[in-house]
Design a binder for this molecule. Structure first.
Ligand SMILES: [Zn+2]
Length: 137
């Protein structure tokens, strides 16, 4: 089980900038890297357009996602996480929980509901929502 998400402070700031630019819509990004023991290590981020163009949900162009996944495989990476932002607090919505079942990677959710951006990470394990610690490097 993965208990920590490791990424650089600069990467987290880039995610928050991406989320800020998308306002008032939700933003989305895919996190690529590898899993080492209990840590998910983010090596590369693909900042994507929210094709749902929604304030309460997000979607990725399936063709773009397919190409990114193929590209990652060639680089020896895997998709290790899905990032998106919320107008609401950074807690998975019922829709997120359904999608977490289909995409069992770490889900990082950003929110500005407290005034400044913060991100929390989660994993759904046997229907239990687990909080994943974010380790900034
Ligand atoms: Zn969500």
């Amino acid at each position: 089980m993965q208990t920590a998400l490791r990424l650089s402070k600069a990467a987290l700031e880039q995610l928050h900038t991406h989320a800020e630019k998308a306002l008032p819509l939700e933003s989305v990004a895919l996190l690529f890297g590898h899993i080492q023991k209990s840590e998910v290590i983010v090596a590369r981020i693909e900042f994507l357009e929210n094709v749902a163009a929604s304030t309460t949900s997000f979607a990725v162009d399936p063709e773009r996602e397919y190409h990114l996944l193929m590209d990652a495989e060639e680089r020896g990476e895997e998709m290790v996480g899905i990032f998106h932002s919320h107008p609401a607090p950074p807690i998975p919505s019922p829709r997120d929980l359904r999608n977490m079942r289909l995409n069992p990677v770490v889900w990082a959710i950003a929110s500005k509901s407290t005034g400044s951006w913060e991100t929390r990470a989660f994993l759904l394990e046997d229907e239990n929502l687990i909080h994943v610690q974010i380790d900034l490097t």
